[in-house]
Ligand binder design. Structure first.
Ligand code: NAD
Length: 493
């Protein structure tokens, strides 16, 4: 067995043991074995990291850089990450079981995720101020874009590096400094990235990482008075707790939360296209993606055929060790979540829902494996159809009239994404207009681009990531009034 690796936490471009002198375990989900120990950071550690970020913003060179100079740093970060893509991918696979092919290629030159660094590098000097034509003689009013200062960024476990890049690149491009808190379930690829980014020569304190649990590390970080803004990606409950803390000091917070995304399959859909698209939109990542399409709303005339084809297709999927090149679906990322998914499946069976493909057949003695799981005829009002399981579990339900499909699709507290499958584009666009979700896919699913803003409607969150909007969230405007009138009337004359 390999030696257990001890990590430190990171601030001012240096590694530090936690003041708490405690570490927690990180398990490899493909075996269940502990492979690393991660610092359990407490108040003093948070204080150190925030202080470093504050110094870098107010006193160090970062806060004084011209926007174009920040762009050069971002390009360098992109270059360094692409050279180390495999190193990052390997550690993320060990930490959360994601397949290397789901990480490493996205960090190589030409991949859209890596391109985020170059996109935002170019955008650093494109946020132009404006002269405002206020209706006042002898007055110049202009507005500028400014960063917030120290930003806390809180990450989930399902895709640490991906979710990090979505928020970190625009945040640095905007001129902020950052304290990151990765998930307690998957911190190691983020810590490894800090080591890699030392080669990008960022000034000390621009980027800092504290590790630990939500309540004991995340909450005091958000609550720190020198943290001026928060960007949170995670579940609804964690997000609501974070927003409550942030609201005490009226801190802006961007929230990228969960979903229960529907697919509407119309009777005229190309069935092979739709089946492949629906399956790709949930199962390869083991359902552990925020936009997983887990509620299938299929027209009653095709539901039998569609479901039959779907089961046929996903039964073939190879579930197993993420390091085996033949594997198509890796393990569930951690024990806690694995047990939660199994409990959800059992509860659905107990509630009387028809299980037509049981992924529990893939469970093993070691490691956290669950295969594709499909339930049939699940009413949209049931807890199976309403609650985010965040695992390889889908429910199907039929519909008759278009308005019924739209109503069911929108009948959820979430609004992250939706898929529509139809050969009639006009009809599909008409439905898309009525869907309450931040992203709607027509005859495709799961695509994303650094240029295209993503985010939630309803309880899936607010604020946006990617695109111009993604950077705008990390900036505030300042309005400056300059009078060219040398006199000011006496207010008491
Ligand atoms: P989670 O909410 O449990 O944890 C997310 C992060 O928040 C972790 O770092 C955690 O330590 C921290 N946290 C939890 N409680 C906190 C608190 N009270 N104060 C401060 N920080 C706290 O979520 P998770 O289980 O890690 O991730 C899965 C969830 O993330 C799913 O719901 C998924 O849909 C969502 N997600 C959303 C997106 C998106 O872009 N919308 C992307 C990925 C994942």
């Amino acid at each position: 067995m390999e030696k257990i690796r001890y990590f430190k936490y990171f601030y001012s471009n240096k590694w530090h043991d936690p003041d708490t002198k405690t570490w927690f375990d990180s398990e490899n989900p493909s075996t269940g074995d502990v492979w690393a120990k991660v610092p359990d950071c407490g108040i003093t550690d948070i204080e150190n990291a925030v202080k470093a970020a504050k110094m870098a913003f107010y006193e160090g060179s970062w806060g004084k850089l011209m926007p174009a100079e920040r762009g050069r740093y971002l390009r360098r970060i992109g270059d360094v990450i692409s050279k180390n893509a495999s190193r990052i991918g390997k550690i993320e696979t060990t930490d959360n079981g994601k397949l290397p092919k789901q990480i490493t290629p996205s960090l190589k030159e030409g991949a859209w995720l890596l391109d985020s660094w170059y996109y935002y590098a170019g955008m650093c000097d494109k946020f132009e101020g404006r002269l405002i034509p206020a209706e006042m003689p002898n007055m110049h009013n202009y507005m500028n874009w400014e960063p917030f200062g120290v930003v806390a960024q809180i990450l989930p476990w399902n895709s640490p590096i991906g979710t990090l890049i979505w928020k970190l690149a625009p945040c640095l491009a905007a001129g902020n400094t950052v304290v990151l808190k990765p998930s307690e379930q998957a911190s190691c690829s983020i810590l490894e990235l800090m080591d890699i980014l030392l080669k990008a020569d960022l000034p000390p304190g621009v980027l800092n990482v504290v590790t630990g649990y939500g309540p004991s590390t995340g909450e005091p970080l958000i609550d720190h008075p020198d943290v001026r803004m928060v960007s949170f990606t995670g579940g609804k409950n964690g997000g609501q707790a974070a927003a409550k803390i942030a609201s005490k000091q009226t801190k802006p917070i961007v929230m990228e939360l969960g979903g229960k995304s529907p697919h509407i399959v119309l009777p005229d859909a190309d069935l092979d296209l739709a089946v492949n698209g629906v399956a790709s939109g949930i199962f390869p990542a083991g359902g552990q993606s925020c936009i997983s399409g887990s509620r299938l709303l299929i027209h009653k005339s095709i539901i039998e055929k569609f479901t039959e084809k779907l089961v046929e297709l996903v039964k073939k999927a190879i579930v197993g060790d993420p390091l085996d090149p033949k594997t198509q679906i890796g393990p569930i990322a951690n024990k806690n979540h694995y047990e939660k998914i199994l409990k959800n499946i059992s509860s659905a069976v107990e509630a009387g829902h028809k299980l037509i493909l049981d992924g529990r057949m893939e469970c093993r003695d070691k490691g956290y494996y669950i295969g594709p799981t499909i339930f049939k005829d699940v009413p949209n009002s049931s807890s199976l159809a309403q609650n985010e399981i965040f695992g390889p579990v889908v429910s199907t339900e039929s519909w008759d009239e278009e308005y019924d499909a739209i109503e069911k699709a929108n009948d959820t507290i979430y609004g992250l994404a939706a898929g529509i499958w139809s050969s009639d584009t006009t009809k599909a666009m008409r439905i898309a207009d009525k869907i309450e979700a931040g992203t709607v896919y027509i005859n495709n699913y799961f695509n994303a681009a650094t240029q295209s803003p993503v985010g939630g409607f309803k309880q899936s969150g607010y604020g946006r990531e990617n695109g111009w909007e993604g950077m705008r969230c990390f900036m505030q405007t300042k309005s400056v009034w300059l009078s060219t009138n040398p006199s000011q009337a006496d207010p008491f004359a």
